[in-house]
Design a protein around this ligand. Sequence first.
Ligand code: NAP
Length: 254
Amino acid sequence: MRESFGTALVTGGGSGLGRATARHLAAQGCRVAVLDCDLAAAESVAKDIGGLGLGCDVSDTAAVGAAFAKVQAVFATAPRLVVNCAGIGTAGRILPRDGALPIAAFERTLRVNLLGSYIVLSHAAQAMAGLAPMADGARGLIVNTASVAYQDGQIGQAAYAASKGGVAALTLPAARELARFGIRVMTIAPGLFETPMTEALPEDARAAITAQIPFPARLGAPEDFALLVGQIALNPYLNGEVIRLDAAVRLAPR
Ligand code: NAP
């Protein structure tokens, strides 16, 4: 077990997995900055947990830089724990029936899910590198969110799976490079979780996926994800790894 990180920033913190994570970290005693492109949602969560709400598009480098500067100004320190939950769930075939190739949709998915995670990771690393090391030499922890789709992407998930594959792949090189600063980098690859992102799925698609989940045979709860973030924070030897959080599911092609 290690000492508390004290300050945290959670992207996508206005909803779903990010919101549960922000709440969990606050309950563990962290001061939490809640960042989301939906400022009202971020502020609402921040108000509940006594944190700081920030409106920001993670794919906008200048805006992310300004958000980190605001955290520094308000908390009088950089966040030691940064959790990348902001993301979009997109679906669409490579060859849709209407014949129009969805290149722009692919680009947007990579921009938010992969580039956005990288922009936040970069700013987090820069901010953490300036912090004094804690007793065990650690300066901070960055947790990214991929998806089991990075390994078992279904038909229609080419863009989403590619974006999450990028997030998974950058985990090890980032952990290796940032090791000299005492910054760990981890990624969680969730299965299907009960959040606004999956509420939009048609009932038959949800039922088909739930039927594939061995045990517990239910969709993940956002609190299951938040718990794992806290567990990764507590275990100083976890680094450079992608953890599937999926109740042993392996998704079929469709
Ligand atoms: P969610 O409830 O939709 O939460 C995502 C949050 O991120 C939303 O508040 C969203 O705002 C925000 N966001 C989207 N684009 C953003 C941007 N460019 N800049 C800043 N904020 C942005 O979804 P979730 O289910 O919690 O998903 C969280 C992460 O887990 C995502 O990366 C997702 O791909 C991943 N994941 C989810 C599941 C699942 O089953 N739920 C499974 C595997 C992986 P808007 O609502 O305004 O777009």
